[in-house]
Design a protein around this ligand. Structure first.
Ligand code: HEM
Length: 349
């Protein structure tokens, strides 16, 4: 009898642990399901597409590390031998058909390493720091942005209450109001925003953030150009540039000094920190995401090779969980034929 009770207790314990992990129990626990569900509830459904940064194009090329990069991390990408790169450019927002001149944020996602090699995936943004420090605050921000059915716009009272509770988000708001809009994915800088650890061949660890800095000079769209810009001007511009040759970025790694925030992406580091050019990214080809390989990749920022490790930043862990939720949902929709991310058409429902 006691043995049976023991087995029952183990079975119940496993079932509870599974249900907790799946987010079925646990009361107010904030899960990736709840975060992605809140994102979905803020606008129309786009089955088969990413729940954020939905509009984008696939790209490919190579990355070659420098000896300075190799001194910081034993990752194969810094060995000096070029590694294959599969990537994706996107704009911020959940609408796969949104006009490029309605989104200020530009993004670059990369996967270093070919089949059978250790993979390094990253997803970077043109903003230099994040709006909030915690997943809970990010969730609150999504709820505050929910369109009011009466106006179709977020409720200003809810947004003000969010900002009062999370004052650092006002800094991001200032960036989002004033930062110039780049006129090309190719001349934009993309930032890791979250901190990571680089581990060298001797096992020494350093906290870092990195940026992909374009070799092309930044050029901003003025208000009139923005008004006139075609809805898909970013992809058209990229195709034109790549038809004339490769486009390059330098990977610039910034080293944290003692006391710098390594677990809070809303806190930028002083711009006096030591920086190292760790490698060069060369992109040679672009194709629509509908037919490109990047459509079915989850650019989870915690898929890291030996030589690179996560920081304790809770946003980073939440990103990993949320991207996997979004990936599973969109791949399931594609498999079930609900929405056709391959052709860009969507069923009405
Ligand atoms: C808790 C905070 C965040 C959450 C919950 C979140 C959520 C998401 C989700 C659900 C996706 C779609 C993933 C997919 O279906 O593959 C996504 C994409 C993306 N996110 Fe985040 N995100 C967060 C923070 C950030 C930060 C700090 C950055 C920049 C450094 C960032 C950059 C990106 C980029 C570049 C993509 C597009 C990746 C691609 O091309 O596949 N996100 N995010």
């Amino acid at each position: 009898m006691a043995a049976l009770a023991g087995i029952g207790a183990i079975a119940l314990g496993s079932a509870s642990a599974f249900a907790w992990t799946a987010g079925w129990i646990g009361g107010d626990r904030l899960t990736a399901q709840r975060i992605v569900g809140a994102m979905e509830a803020n606008g129309p459904a786009h089955p088969g597409f990413r729940r954020n940064h939905a509009k984008g194009v696939c790209v490919s090329g190579t990355f070659r590390g420098t000896p300075q990069g190799q001194a910081l991390s034993s990752a194969r990408a810094f060995s000096g031998t070029p590694v294959p790169v599969l990537g994706r450019f996107s704009i911020g927002g959940p609408n796969p058909h949104g006009a490029d001149n309605t989104a200020r944020v530009r993004s670059m996602a990369l996967q270093f390493g070919g089949p059978g090699e250790p993979q390094w995936r990253m997803a970077m943004n043109s903003f230099p720091f994040f709006a909030v420090a915690t997943p809970q605050a990010f969730h609150q921000q999504i709820l505050a942005k929910r369109p009011d059915p009466a106006t179709g716009k977020p409720d200003p009272v809810a947004m003000e209450a969010f900002l009062a509770a999370h004052p650092q988000a006002r800094e991001f708001g200032k960036w989002a109001k004033t930062a110039p809009w780049s006129d090309s994915w190719a001349n934009t800088q993309y930032n890791s925003v979250n901190a990571f650890r680089f581990i060298d061949a001797d096992g020494t660890e350093r906290f870092v953030r990195w940026s992909m800095q374009p070799r092309l000079p930044f050029h901003a769209l003025d208000a009139e150009e923005r008004e006139r810009a075609d809805a898909d001007f970013l992809a058209a511009d990229l195709h034109t540039r790549l038809a004339h040759g490769p486009v390059h970025w330098d990977m610039v790694v910034t080293l944290a000094a003692p006391g710098d925030a390594v677990d809070d992406p809303s806190q930028p580091w002083p711009d006096t920190r030591e920086q190292v050019v760790a490698g060069t990214l060369t992109l040679v080809h672009a194709e629509p995401q509908a037919t490109g390989e990047c459509r079915d990749v989850n650019f989870d920022p915690l898929i890291l090779p030996p030589g690179v490790a996560a920081s304790g930043d809770p946003i980073l862990a939440t990103r990993s969980a949320a991207y996997s939720q979004s990936f599973n949902r969109r791949q399931r929709e594609i498999a079930l034929g609900r929405g056709d991310a391959a052709t860009g058409t969507e069923p009405t429902r």
